[in-house]
Design a protein around this ligand. Structure first.
Ligand code: CMP
Length: 140
């Protein structure tokens, strides 16, 4: 399988509990490389733009207010089949349904405060990476 890149976000519930290092260790132990990373406080407009695809969903307003409730860590992960690999490492969106050993099974508080985001396709990964990083900031 080819090397790929995916966009990951460590969400405010995880940064609040000081879990950035433990989550990063899981990515690295499971074969992904962190090739770009920055901690930032999203504005409401930025969070709404990032999750625009979910605009019509009933959980949109809650999701946006959660995502701006504290700092996030945006990162680019690289590795063989990184998009799918990261989704395996994260586990299901709802931590009640996430397999044992996944990030969400270990750390997520609930379906909204679920500790991490990961791109769901290679196409979305490219646009999500461009949302957070310039080419100069991604060093593979
Ligand atoms: P994420 O992978 O960041 O993509 C969209 C986010 O919306 C998802 O993780 C969850 O945090 C959130 N989400 C998805 N479904 C629900 C739901 N039913 N209720 C609340 N939040 C949700």
């Amino acid at each position: 399988m080819a090397s790929e890149r995916t966009l990951s976000i460590i969400k405010p519930d995880a940064t609040r509990r000081n879990l950035t290092g433990r989550i990063n260790a899981l990515f690295e132990e499971k074969g992904l490389r962190i090739i770009a990373q920055k901690r930032l406080q999203l504005t409401q407009a930025q969070a709404e733009a990032f999750y625009a695809v979910h605009r019509e969903r009933p959980f949109f307003a809650g999701l946006v207010s959660f995502m701006i409730s504290g700092p996030v860590v945006a990162q680019v992960l690289e590795g063989e089949g990184a998009v799918g690999r990261n989704r395996e490492i994260m586990g299901a969106t709802d931590p009640k349904k996430a397999d044992q050993g996944t990030i969400r099974a270990q750390f997520a508080e609930n379906i909204e405060a679920n500790s991490v985001h990961g791109s769901d396709s290679a196409e979305n990964a490219a646009s999500e990476i461009a949302f957070f990083f310039s080419g100069l900031e991604v060093v593979g």
